[in-house]
Design a binder for this molecule. Structure first.
Ligand code: THU
Length: 280
């Protein structure tokens, strides 16, 4: 085992839907047995004593290759898809990726925004108003587009969005857009805009990417890149901001054109005072 693989660990916080606890515990037991049997590592499910339907899934991987093999194992994916039907899963520590000093920061932010979306208006009110100082510090530490490209082995999300844009069907507007959405487990889902003769049934690149990811069982996301062939960046339209917020939380939004990266934003800043399920 390589030194860097020792102690590789993943932690996910899992919020089980009301009435699904028994089903969840059965799934957790199956998962624990399966990863031990297949030699991927050891899994443990810990109940949060303070929140009745919150659990933490801790996985101690044998090594990085085992973690990756586990994630591409069809039997594991079947269990994971069942889990996504009965719980919301937020990755807190992702031990599958190569070590990246910036990554835990994003996962932590993601975990924060995930909780933010669900725990009710009051709590969010406290989180929402970061001070100017915090925001500046935050931006400095953040994974900027140029640094992303330089990151060894890093995912070129903007590149994926540029490639996706080539499939856009923009026969009416001639305005082609590409998007690439990163899920918390590192999976990338791309989208492009698709227009049709009614005009009104047009769907934007961002929503295509998000709906593709959701339809494949993903429920936690970190970043989205959006690309158009314009000198000024193309930010997501209002409808897309709403969908991205409701399903992706406070995503990092990277805007670029065909040759340059134009800036990185947080969705919370693009959609202040959002309407969502907490207000229903
Ligand atoms: N469009 C997107 O796909 N994403 C955006 O962020 C802005 C607009 C598409 C919709 C339509 O096909 C074309 O661009 C012109 O509005």
């Amino acid at each position: 085992m390589a030194d860097s693989d020792r102690g590789r660990l993943s932690v996910a916080s899992i919020d089980v839907l009301v009435g699904q606890e028994a089903a969840f515990l059965a799934l957790a037991r199956d998962f624990e047995a399966m990863i031990a049997r297949k030699g991927y590592g050891r899994a443990e499910t810990i109940r949060d004593e303070a929140q009745p339907l919150r659990f933490y899934a801790v996985r101690y991987w044998t090594d990085m290759a085992s973690a990756q093999a586990c994630h591409s194992d069809a039997e594991v994916q079947t269990l994971t898809a069942q889990l996504f039907q009965i719980a919301r899963v937020t990755h807190v520590v992702n031990g599958v990726r190569r070590p990246d000093p910036k990554r835990p920061l994003i996962d932590t932010q993601r975990a924060g925004s995930e909780a933010d979306r669900r725990v009710g208006f009051e709590r969010r009110g406290k989180n929402i108003g970061r001070t100017a100082g915090d925001r500046r510090a935050h931006r400095d530490r953040r994974l900027g587009p140029r640094r992303l490209r330089d990151r060894p082995g890093g995912v070129d999300l903007v590149g994926a969005a540029r490639r996706a844009r080539e499939n856009a069907d923009a026969a009416f507007s001639q305005f082609k857009v590409g998007a690439a959405l990163e899920a918390a487990d590192g999976a990338i889902f791309t989208g492009c805009n698709i227009e049709n003769s009614t005009y009104g049934l047009t769907i934007c690149a961002e929503r295509v990417a998000m709906f593709k990811a959701l339809s494949e069982g993903h429920r936690a996301f970190t970043r989205i890149a959006i690309v158009a062939d314009t000198p000024a960046p193309t930010p997501p339209c209002g409808a897309c901001r709403q969908i991205l917020w409701e399903f992706g939380g406070n995503l990092e939004v990277e805007l670029a054109n065909l040759s340059e990266e134009k800036g990185t934003y947080r969705l919370k800043d693009l959609l202040p005072l959002p309407f969502d399920a907490r207000l229903l």
